[in-house]
Design a binder for this molecule. Structure first.
Ligand code: NAD
Length: 460
């Protein structure tokens, strides 16, 4: 483990401020070189990343490539578009500003802090870092201490490939976070739970530091009867049980039209067998719960409702079988807290209005899923609910589209990123208005006598 003495945090920030002031990071060629450097570093350490995720989460290699190392796609996207993003954009001016020109200049913020969670511990640090580099910032990153092997790998890769005066890693848990948060940054990008998000925002408020909060919550998945059942079942099973359900945008619970409920349950049972065999504990394709504490929290949920699929667990392996629960009450803890594990409660509805009312009675979710081919129903759900994002007839895939900003709303977060949105998050849009010297009309200057009718006309 590469340890950063927490007492050195002030020095690291000071060095980064000096580096930023050299203006090096404002050069677009420098940024592109650093993005290529980051991509190269990831490719060079692919095997170490796979092993770290195997050690932390028993993450299958394919999932690591798809959801962690796959972050290199974000790097390619940023490299491809950076010249366009960094160009000043012309802004329109109205007729009364005819002698002026207006432009918007994106400029870097300075030294930014990125704090990550443990569930996609590599991707959720590197993806915001891509935005920070693309926008021309220096960055300090703090991976989650809970995914300790991945945290180590990130620290090693970054120390080997980047000057700490430009990009540095601080490893550690709450103490490290607190030390970092006591300092002034130009932006804080946090991914984690809503409760800690509030702590981050309170700490940032001290310095008026802007924040991006990528938080969690209970993402509902509505299943109407007008669907292709086979595809629906497969897409829900994948989105829910990938990474053993420890995905911020996993469908948290199902809201199922009662006409299709039994078929859906039968389908889920069959599909789980197809994916993970009769005994998922022996499947190489099924992850484990990150820690004993998280395992205990999840096992407690198994007391709620009636387990109709799965339910088996093995504490020594931190294994919980893919589980489906029926007959839950909305007051059960499984329906009160974000589940963040391989447990899927099913709630039935007879009229879509009930499903919409339930969603709207709760904090705004990070993701909302709807399975339906009915265009009117799609329109209605989009119009009558609010969520960070929506994916229709699939799950989780929205996170992979770089042109779609990714983020929450209300309790599920503030701000967004991915693709251009990452660049914008780590940039300040500086408005620049320019006048010329070829004319200077006197309508706004004192003495004002006789000028009011003209002003009224201009405003009218
Ligand atoms: P967490 O909030 O417990 O921890 C996140 C980070 O905050 C870690 O680096 C941790 O060390 C740090 N931290 C913990 N306590 C702190 C404190 N008191 N002060 C300052 N920093 C502190 O989250 P987690 O358990 O790592 O991740 C799970 C949560 O993250 C879930 O709610 C999930 O939905 C959410 N999440 C959201 C997204 C997203 O993109 N919106 C992605 C992944 C996870």
């Amino acid at each position: 483990m590469i340890t950063t003495e927490l007492s050195n945090i002030g020095d690291i920030i000071q060095n980064q401020r000096q580096f930023f002031e050299t203006g090096k990071t404002k050069n677009v060629t420098f940024r592109i070189e650093q993005l290529k450097n980051l991509k190269q570093a990831i490719i060079e350490h692919e095997q170490a990343i796979v092993e770290a995720l195997k050690a932390d989460l028993h993450k299958p290699e394919l999932e690591t490539y798809l959801t962690e190392i796959g972050v290199v796609k974000e790097i390619d996207y940023a490299i491809k578009h950076l010249n366009t993003w960094t160009k000043p954009k012309k802004a329109a001016v109205s007729f009364d500003f005819f002698s002026y020109s207006a432009k918007i200049y994106p400029e870097p913020l300075g030294v930014v802090l990125i704090i990550g969670p443990w569930n996609y511990p590599f991707q959720l640090i590197i993806s915001p870092l891509v935005g920070a580099i693309a926008a021309g910032n220096c960055a300090i990153i703090k991976p989650s201490e809970i995914a300790s092997h991945t945290s180590d790998v990130i620290a090693k890769i970054i120390a080997k490939h980047f000057d700490p005066a430009y990009i540095a890693v601080v490893e550690g848990g709450v103490e490290a976070s607190e030390k970092l948060l006591a300092e002034k940054f130009d932006h804080i990008f946090f991914t984690g739970g809503t409760a800690i998000g509030k702590i981050i925002m309170a700490a940032a408020a001290k310095y008026l530091t802007p924040v991006t909060l990528e938080l969690g919550g209970k993402s509902p998945c509505i299943v109407d009867s007008d669907i292709n059942l086979e595809y629906t079942v497969r897409r829900i099973t994948w989105g829910k049980f990938i990474n053993a359900g420890q995905t911020c945008i996993a469908p948290d619970y199902l809201l199922v039209n009662q006409k299709i409920k039994q078929d859906l349950i039968d389908g889920l049972r069959k599909c789980l067998k197809e994916f993970y065999g009769d005994n998922p504990i022996s499947s190489p394709d099924y992850a484990r719960i990150i820690s004993q504490k998280h395992f205990d929290r999840l096992v407690n949920f198994l007391k709620d409702g009636e387990v109709i699929i799965g339910g088996e667990n093995q504490p020594s392996e931190r294994y919980i079988a893919p589980t489906v629960i029926d007959n839950v009450s909305l007051k059960d803890s499984v329906m009160q807290e974000e589940i963040f594990g391989p447990i899927l409660p099913i709630i039935e509805y007879t009229d879509i209005a009930e499903a919409i009312a339930l969603i709207n009675s709760r904090p705004k979710p990070l993701a909302l899923y709807l399975f339906s081919q009915n265009k009117n129903l799609q329109k209605r759900v989009l119009q009558e609910t609010s969520s960070g994002g929506v994916c229709i007839n699939d799950t989780v895939m929205q996170v992979g589209v770089s042109s779609l900003p990714f983020g929450g709303v209300g309790d599920s977060g503030i701000g967004n990123y991915h693709g251009k949105a990452s660049f914008d998050t780590f940039s300040h849009n500086k408005s620049v208005l320019q006048n010329s010297f070829w004319l200077d009309l006197k309508w706004r200057y004192a003495p004002y006598e006789g000028k009011l009718p003209l002003i009224k006309k201009l405003l009218g």
